[in-house]
Design a protein around this ligand. Structure first.
Ligand code: HEC
Ligand code: HEC
Length: 370
């Protein structure tokens, strides 16, 4: 006999969850960070719905109907080869995987919002950037570790479905997430009450409104950056005139104090050019560079360049391992393109760098140079 087990809201939740998690993995790329973050918030709204549904929803979708006691687990394992199963909703192992997925996804989103705030100075927790920027990589590492755990849980989920199809094919479990129906001994069908229907519709409306809001308001508080652009002309016109004439105006916070001192002490032999200044101008510019060096910045690039240089005698950003690593997938041909010419020509790809910013969403699509 066929019983209706998974209501429409449960199935819609499942498939939206699948699609958004897939999109989250596909947008794991610096240039797509804003989309990645918005997808994360989208998944959070789905999880909040699922949380309410787990307490107020229909039978089998409720958390209390997940058979999770040790006794259930033991019984399930002992009878695993029995093609007739007594579980109408999730079986005990599947219940653990399901709850595991919900908890891990929730933690991924929380650490994602923390990373976005602390590392990028963006989004709801951007205010944490100034106090916790030194730990930026810790939060990113946790976020990535948990994503690995999620992949393992998803693999377990798929493996579970596969083995269920082999061992307990009669119940048509796989089919049930499309149609809602499973094969059971007696009629165990559920029916949504009016309150549950309203709850589901309400969340669907919120979810769609959220999507529309994000697509139409790209710089909303969920992802807005807390960094302000700098007008270097106003701050130090001499610096702009002398250091922005031959190449990109490298913001002072892209190199540590020590590098600026070394660089400014030998402008006659400056990367094969003579960029020498009279003493007064040199002191003026050096003072400005040192006052605003990487040590004074909480931006991701500054922290990472600083960590990459440490005590080494490096006076070029492009000589740091951090820079080399970030650009290792860009081919030589692109850097040699007529509109780029050099690795050091940052502004060909980072349109906001001369305003003191290196925002992920301002990175030019390098296909323009292919
Ligand atoms: C006469 C031209 C000229 C002037 C003026 C000049 N530079 Fe340069 N600079 C160069 C050249 C050429 C390079 C090497 C660029 C390359 O590798 O393509 C360079 C490279 C650099 C780099 C390394 C970039 C990297 O990461 O590879 C820094 C930092 C730098 N200059 C800072 C300054 C500062 C600060 C000033 C102002 C005091 C200045 N430059 C003025 C010509 C100049
Ligand atoms: C030919 C284009 C190109 C040039 C030139 C270039 N970059 Fe990049 N840069 C990129 C791309 C593309 C990425 C993103 C890589 C990725 O997907 O992770 C990137 C990433 C970065 C990042 C990391 C951003 C983040 O938030 O993770 C920093 C910092 C950076 N570049 C600084 C510089 C600086 C400084 C210069 C000049 C000295 C420079 N880049 C020159 C294309 C370029």
């Amino acid at each position: 006999m066929k019983s209706y087990i998974w209501s429409l809201p449960t199935r819609v939740f499942h498939w939206l969850f699948v699609v958004l998690i897939l999109l989250a993995f596909l947008t794991d790329d610096d240039k797509l960070l804003n989309y990645h973050a918005l997808i994360g918030y989208g998944i959070l709204t789905l999880l909040i719905f699922r949380f309410f549904w787990g307490y107020l929803g229909p039978k089998y979708s409720k958390f209390k109907d997940f058979p999770m006691s040790m006794k259930d687990v033991k019984e399930f394992i002992v009878n695993i080869f029995n093609s007739k199963q007594k579980y109408i909703g999730h079986n005990p192992i599947a219940s653990y995987v399901m709850i595991g997925i919900f908890i891990v996804v929730f933690l991924i989103i929380i650490t994602g919002i923390l990373t976005l705030g602390i590392q990028e100075g963006k989004g709801l927790l951007s205010s944490l950037n100034s106090s916790f920027f030194k730990e930026m990589e810790l939060f990113e590492d946790i976020h990535e570790f948990l994503s690995g755990v999620l992949i393992a849980l998803i693999a377990a989920h798929l493996l579970g479905i596969l083995s269920d199809r082999v061992l307990h094919a009669k119940h048509e479990t796989l089919n049930s997430i499309f149609s809602g129906y499973k094969v059971t001994k007696e009629d165990e069908s559920i029916k949504l009450n009016i309150f549950q229907k309203l709850l589901a519709v309400l969340f669907l409306v919120i979810f769609i409104a959220f999507l529309i809001y994000n697509l139409t308001t790209p710089s909303n508080p969920l992802i807005a950056s807390s960094y302000e652009s700098v007008d270097y002309k106003k701050q130090n016109a001499l610096f702009v005139k002398e250091c922005g004439s031959c190449h990109t105006l490298y913001p002072p916070h892209t190199l540590p104090k020590k590098s600026w001192i070394t660089l400014m002490s030998d402008l006659e032999n400056h990367f094969g050019d003579d960029a020498s200044l009279d003493e007064e101008d040199n002191i003026n510019i050096l003072d400005f560079l040192v006052k605003n060096s990487a040590e004074t910045s909480t931006q991701e690039a500054s922290v990472k360049i600083l960590n990459s240089i440490k005590n080494k005698d490096i006076i070029a950003i492009t000589h740091t391992n951090f820079w080399k690593n970030k650009h290792k997938n860009i081919s030589k041909e692109i850097f040699e393109h007529a509109d780029v010419k050099s690795k050091a020509n940052c502004k060909a790809c980072h349109s906001d760098i001369e305003k003191g910013l290196i925002e992920d969403d301002k990175i030019k699509n390098i296909r323009a140079y292919m």
